[in-house]
Ligand binder design. Structure first.
Ligand code: HEC
Ligand code: HEC
Length: 627
């Protein structure tokens, strides 16, 4: 589509105007793709329930015949599944700005009820007494407690940022929730996401378990069968170092963190990479029923790791000192507990790495049925069956539908998430921009604008419509940046068609409606804030011109810091979907939107905000967060 046509379409979708049917994932969704992304085993072990994220349906996969026996349509992208212990009822979180939970009767494969949920509901977890369903409302930054008898949310617990997976202790007292991204500013020494421990009786967070510095992009969190341990997979970014090389985990490493659920403390964080082979984008986790091993999918390198859990625990227990969340790079003795998050050989001998095979791309969820592992391959619409009991497993690829050739934006989305086009598989574009081309909330010292001046990762939404590119505008366009990204972030040379597909993917991105909107419309406060934004005092619209809220020009707005000596004029960023892309400013120094107009606008060069009353400031913040 031509840029002008996209802008016109985009104007039609602005809040308050005609509301386009927006998809919750913000990525292109074609009904021809299934995109299997969540799996649950039926109570009798005969079926897998397969959530098909872009087809709005759940498939019942018969393990004996290896075919889909039934499918059920759901109202929106089914991002999560939870089954009652008797196997009769399947709860499906259907993610949208106003999500629903479909209550599915598995015997009749029919949806029998629908319960309203928040923005982008996912990761449903049943309480042991079966009365409550806990759901992560990702973009409301909260966990909702849904009373299943009353079929409504009775409590909401605020969490740091983008809760994405959860598990409950066997006594039902604590819900452990993985936050996808770090909250807070990015120019700090320590930046890491946490696991929130929610006290279910009190309905509040009782503790945040901090993961090591650089932890982010958390995915699956799962409790061991005996309930004594939890593991969560994530990335461990070395964001203090310039991105000048990639060998030996110099930029991003891929990790699993072990939590002792008795003491509710972090045991340690173990790297899943090898010295010369990254294991990018760890995503799904499943435990064997005896708790003797757990498996992790690597969505970027198309692999499964099978890890010997007792041996891993024993090896960790032999180390003397407790882990530290201090700055990596500070000296810690090798062979100590504190060094484990830096040790690319720690897992050696305790884990098997199994490739899925060329027909199976982007494994996300994994489920175990006896000794067999089933992987849901998001980009190839296949399952992989792997017999873990075999000495040399031969993965079997099972198509869920006749193959549809990947083309254009879909292929670009795949490549964006593919680390096999990166030197040694250390990372994919999604390792910094997350799986849907947004942010990791970290600063990186890319060499595009010299060394020693870190920049906050930019969301790539509308990157194609807002040249020049990068905070300093050092690249002429998104296309130029894409090619530089392949060279300088993946450290490989790729044929031009790879770059073209990535371009097409970025061009296909649509904004997600803000969680600050009320039924798709600006709230009263945001409407007042709109007047402030366009009013003569603040003067925001001088530079942030609708519809994209940028004049595509560089300005000095008094935000330059001590590392920006070379240039402190920045390319005016678009404000569309800015609710999602914090922390703010080129150096990620504004943790909240309010900080942008207060502590980070002391010089009053970035719009006039000092004359605004506290009420006007609140309203302005609400408006900008609604865009
Ligand atoms: C190590 C983290 C990292 C990886 C990996 C990475 N990026 Fe980026 N990307 C960034 C950061 C940080 C910025 C902002 C840098 C700046 O403005 O100077 C950025 C900016 C961009 C921009 C400019 C956006 C705009 O509107 O100004 C594009 C386009 C982009 N990246 C595409 C990609 C692609 C495509 C890949 C994979 C080939 C990729 N990136 C891999 C961190 C990363
Ligand atoms: C003179 C042009 C100009 C004016 C006037 C202006 N801005 Fe900006 N705005 C910029 C530039 C340039 C940046 C990038 C600064 C940086 O990254 O350090 C920016 C950054 C921002 C950001 C951070 C976006 C992000 O992704 O991190 C927000 C939010 C914002 N402006 C909102 C506003 C509001 C609200 C007003 C009115 C009070 C305003 N701006 C006035 C040019 C302007």
């Amino acid at each position: 589509m031509k840029p002008t046509a996209r802008i016109l379409l985009f104007i039609a979708a602005l809040p308050g105007l005609a509301c386009a049917a927006a998809e919750a994932t913000g990525t292109p969704q074609s009904k021809s793709w299934l995109s299997p992304s969540a799996l649950v085993v039926s109570a009798d072990g005969h079926h897998l329930y397969v959530a098909c994220a872009t087809a709005n349906r759940v498939a019942f996969f018969d393990l004996q015949s290896r075919t889909i026996s039934r499918t059920i349509s759901v109202p929106a992208s089914p991002l999560g599944l939870a089954l009652t212990p008797d196997g009769r009822t399947l709860y499906v979180t259907c993610a949208a700005p106003e999500s629903t939970v479909s209550v599915v009767d598995t015997a009749s494969a029919a949806s029998v009820a629908s319960i309203p949920a928040g923005h982008t509901a996912m990761a449903p977890v049943l309480s042991p007494d079966g009365r409550t369903l806990y759901v992560c409302n990702r973009f409301n930054n909260e966990v909702a407690f849904i009373d299943l008898a009353a079929r409504k949310t009775t409590r909401r617990v605020k969490l740091p940022r983008e809760p994405i997976s959860a598990a409950i202790t066997r006594d039902g007292k604590f819900l452990l929730v993985a936050n996808h991204l770090p909250a807070g500013p990015a120019h700090a020494d320590v930046v890491a996401a946490s696991v929130s421990i929610v006290d279910t009786a009190r309905g509040r967070v009782s503790r945040e378990i901090a993961l090591p510095n650089g932890s982010g992009l958390l995915r699956d969190l799962r409790l061991s069968p005996d309930g004594r341990h939890a593991i969560v997979v994530h990335q461990l970014a070395r964001f203090h170092l310039p991105t000048s090389q990639i060998e030996r985990g110099w930029i991003n490493t891929n990790a699993v963190s072990l939590i002792d659920t008795g003491a509710m403390r972090l045991i340690n964080t173990v790297l899943l990479d090898n010295l010369d082979a990254g294991a990018a984008n760890p995503w799904g986790v499943a435990w064997s029923s005896d708790g003797r091993s757990f498996t992790v999918t690597h969505a970027g390198t198309h692999e499964l790791s099978v890890i010997d859990f007792p041996a891993l625990l024993a090896k960790l227990a032999r180390l003397a000192v407790a882990p530290t969340t201090a700055v990596p790079g500070g000296y810690v003795g090798t062979g100590t507990a504190a060094d484990v998050p830096n040790d690319l050989s720690f897992i050696t001998g305790l884990r098997r790495r199994i490739k899925t095979g060329p027909a199976d791309l982007g494994p996300r969820a994994v489920a175990l049925v006896g000794a067999k592992a089933y992987l849901a391959n998001y980009f190839s619409d296949t399952l992989t069956e792997i017999d873990l009991a075999a000495a040399t497993p031969h993965p079997i690829s099972i198509p869920l539908q006749p193959a549809v050739a990947m083309s254009g934006a879909r292929r670009g989305e795949f490549l964006f998430n593919d680390a096999s086009i990166c030197f040694q598989g250390w990372q994919s574009c999604a390792s910094c921009h997350s799986s849907d081309a947004r942010v990791d909330a970290l600063n990186w010292d890319n060499l595009n604008d010299g060394i020693g001046n870190q920049k906050n990762t930019k969301s790539l939404l509308h990157a194609d419509l807002t040249p020049p590119s990068m905070w300093l505008g050092v690249r002429a366009s998104a296309e130029v940046s894409v090619r530089a990204g392949i060279r300088n972030s993946l450290f490989t040379v790729q044929p031009e068609e790879v770059a073209v597909a990535l371009d097409e993917y970025l061009q296909s991105l649509d904004p997600i409606p803000s969680p600050h909107l009320a039924q798709g419309k600006l709230s009263d406060a945001a409407q007042r804030g709109e007047k402030v934004f366009f009013g003569p005092v603040a003067g925001c619209a001088e530079c942030h011109l609708p519809p994209l809220f940028t004049d595509l020009k560089r300005h000095g707005v008094g935000t330059g810091g001590k590392y920006d000596a070379r240039a402190d004029e920045f390319d005016t960023p678009s404000l569309v979907e800015v609710w999602r892309s914090g922390p703010y400013l080129h150096d990620g120094s504004a943790a909240t939107m309010r900080d942008v107009f207060t502590s980070r606008n002391r010089a009053e060069k970035h719009g006039k905000t000092a004359p605004l009353t506290p009420q006007q400031l609140d309203d302005l913040v609400e408006y900008v967060l609604s865009l």
